[in-house]
Design a protein around this ligand. Structure first.
Ligand code: ZN
Length: 409
């Protein structure tokens, strides 16, 4: 196999983006094997004028996968590649890869996701007690294009998020135009905790009883108390959504395989795709946040799980007839984590005003990608929301961020 284009060219965009990548030829061979250096050379390219044109609002879909905090050191660096074999090996060569994307706002979960979803740097309560102050892309999409609620979903593992993430407090927007927001892990944890507290389940392993608890929990009406919100008039899940989630969780519990919060989140997100085929689905994986407990090993396990689940999501997008050929998949972290040796305890946290914490990456795949390439131009998290809107065929949003020109709706 011939060298990839970046080895032969005078300018090496990947190298410039990642100065930590080795010049050692043997390591280069490894990287090439990993697919990192053949980005753009393996698949036939569509030129911009060959990209199929689709009218605004005509059915394009977007799936966004957001990881919690991961540093470049553990992902797109020479040492980090082994943690992301699917992202680096399977997906990078067919992606538009933004190597320098910055969170310039608050590097805490609720504010970071709120900024991503609104295109403005949000500085609301870190724990999700208040909604974002400007419209989310969910509201914009639903209001401007008349999309039903079933077209907008967020499925998330992160316990720092709340249902307030699904809609803003902006005038003329708000819950009436909000997304379905589901926290599957919290639902299970709450059901199990209730069962344990009431002495009806001896151990976590008692899956049959847990399943019964889950079902009885879902029969109740207090979804708010479980971290769920579906913003319909009765403040309840509509029966179709409720049954879907109930069956999916029961099947997941019954399957008895190795579980994590992100596995469950993936499973539920996939069920939502298969039953409702939403046009805008945001999935938040958070196993990497085990770092807060000081376990580097669990943090790396979370990265590897996210890498695998992101790849499985891409496979689902391609195999699902409602998504294949018309969906753009975006994959990116919320932010990095603090640098080793920092006063904030290094990888444990994500609150240092440092490049390690603010500078991350994003990968885009699928229908909105005309030509696989590495984009080194610095971009910001607030540019993602207007990009999502454009990919969905929405009119421009009033936001601080601007759409990424490489991605087309
Ligand atoms: Zn965190």
């Amino acid at each position: 196999m011939e060298d990839g284009p970046y080895l032969n060219s005078r300018v090496d965009p990947l190298r410039d983006s990642f100065p930590e990548l080795p010049r050692d030829p043997s390591k280069r061979t490894f990287l090439r094997a990993a697919g990192l250096l053949v980005a753009g050379s393996v698949l036939p390219h569509l030129q911009a004028d060959e990209v199929p044109q689709v009218a605004a609002g005509s059915g394009r879909k977007v799936v966004a996968i957001i990881f919690g905090g991961v540093r470049r050191a553990e992902t797109f660096s020479a040492e980090g590649l082994e943690n992301i074999p699917h992202l680096a090996g399977d997906l990078l060569p067919q992606s538009v890869f933004y190597s320098q994307i910055r969170n310039e706002g608050v590097t805490a979960h609720f504010n970071a996701i709120s900024s991503i979803l609104t295109g403005n740097w949000q500085r609301v309560d870190d724990w999700g007690n208040l909604p974002p102050t400007t419209p989310t892309v969910f509201e914009h999409f639903r209001k401007r294009l008349g999309a039903p609620r079933s077209d907008t979903w967020m499925v998330a593992s992160n316990k720092a998020l709340t249902s307030q993430i699904g809609a803003s407090s902006a005038t003329d927007y708000g819950p009436e135009y909000g997304a379905n927001v589901v926290f599957p892990k919290q639902l299970i944890i709450t059901a199990v905790a209730d069962a344990l507290r009431q002495g009806r389940t001896a151990t976590m392993a008692d899956r049959a009883k847990i399943e019964a608890e889950l079902e009885s929990t879902l029969e109740g009406s207090n979804y708010e108390g479980l971290g769920w919100t579906v913003f319909d008039a009765a403040d309840r899940l509509d029966p179709r959504a409720r049954n879907t989630i109930k069956e999916a969780i029961a099947n997941f519990v019954r399957s008895g395989g190795p579980t994590s919060g992100d596995e469950l989140t993936f499973y539920i997100a996939r069920e939502v795709m298969r039953r409702f085929a939403p046009r805008l689905l945001v999935v938040v994986f958070s196993d990497v946040e085990a770092a807060h407990f000081g376990s580097y090993a669990f943090h790396l396990t979370g990265i590897r799980t996210g890498d695998r689940l992101a790849f499985q999501m891409w496979q689902e997008v391609q195999a699902n007839s409602e998504y294949g050929g018309k969906t753009t998949l975006l994959i990116f972290p919320e932010f990095g984590r603090d640098p080793d040796g920092s006063s904030t305890n290094g990888f444990f946290n994500h609150r240092a005003n440092a490049e390690s914490t603010r500078l991350t990456w994003m990968m885009a795949l699928g229908a909105g990608v005309g030509k696989s390439q590495v984009v080194e131009r610095p971009v910001r998290h607030i540019d993602l929301c207007p990009t999502l809107a454009a990919l969905l065929g929405c009119p421009p949003m009033e936001a601080l961020g601007t759409p990424l020109v490489e991605l087309k709706g």
